[in-house]
Design a protein around this ligand. Structure first.
Ligand code: SAM
Length: 260
């Protein structure tokens, strides 16, 4: 009998195929399976950073997965970039793509983002700048007390995260606890830029069906406000059509500042 359980946790080491994930959700930018999701996300991230107000020395990205899109808009505005993920497979994929023999170059993501700012720059310049600034790809498990599993980091100026808490948190209460844990790694006055799904319960990677935490915009906002953040901007899109890859209801890009 087929296993109908939605995949999560350790399944990211055994059933999550980075190439299938990128092909489905990050490759065809103008015609994604979830109608415009990736352009919305990339433009939303770009809009937060283009003001130049969101900057600092050290940036932490939580749950980078196999694709570094969440930090690419930040590259010109920070000096040291720390990438993290739960999955050994994703960390290795990302390492090989950025520094090793991996074939993935993320050129369509870089091109899309560079075209939003300075079309005269080759995308490889931003890619080289990212590689120069990445200080490591670290293990992370948001469900543990010690979420970085023994890595001790000084406080960060900027934290980014994209579609990771949706995968990690089993319920909204745990989501709220994770938010408070993440907050401990950010300076007062530091910036948090988060991308996530709304009203979505699963997504497919190849034939494998992964869990996504079903939550509303109001629940997301109140978790961050309860953890001492003030919301600076909130950008939201609604799903316009049904598709087979996920029951996507909407997505958001939020920028907030840690006040306390
Ligand atoms: C949907 S992918 C998102 C990847 C990438 N950030 C993006 O926006 O495409 C979810 C990511 O969350 C990670 N993840 C799942 N459970 C986690 C946990 N408990 N702690 C930290 N990361 C987790 C997975 O390894 C995976 O890379």
């Amino acid at each position: 009998m087929a296993d109908s359980r939605l995949l999560r946790d350790e399944d990211y080491n055994t059933h999550f195929d980075p190439d299938a994930f990128i092909k489905t959700y990050h490759t065809v930018l103008e015609d994604t399976v979830v109608g415009g999701l990736v352009p919305f996300v990339l433009k939303g991230e770009h809009d937060v950073f283009k003001t130049g107000d969101v900057k600092g020395r050290r940036l932490l990205d939580i749950g980078t997965g196999p694709v570094p899109h969440s930090v690419i808009p930040a590259v010109p505005f920070v000096q040291d970039i720390y990438l993290t993920d739960f999955s050994t497979v994703n960390r290795k994929y990302l390492y090989d793509a950025l520094f090793g023999s991996g074939k993935q170059d993320y050129s369509n993501v870089f091109e899309f983002l560079v075209n939003l700012s300075d079309k005269s720059q080759p995308w490889t310049k931003r890619s080289d700048e990212l590689k120069d600034k990445v200080r490591g790809i670290f293990p992370c498990d948001l469900l543990q007390d010690d979420i970085f599993k023994g890595s001790y980091f000084p406080l960060f100026d900027v934290i980014t995260t994209s579609f990771c808490l949706d995968s990690a948190a089993p319920d909204v209460e745990t989501y709220g606890k994770i938010v408070k844990e993440i907050s401990k790694y950010l300076k007062i006055g530091g910036h948090l830029v988060i991308v996530g799904a709304l009203d979505t319960t699963y997504y497919f990677v190849g034939e494998h069906k992964f869990f996504s935490l079903n939550k509303s915009a109001g629940e997301v906002k109140s978790c961050w406000k309860n953890a001492g953040f003030s919301i600076q901007s909130w950008n939201q899109m609604e799903a316009t059509e049904e598709n087979e890859e996920c029951d996507f209801g909407g997505a958001y890009v939020m920028h907030c500042i840690k006040e306390s």
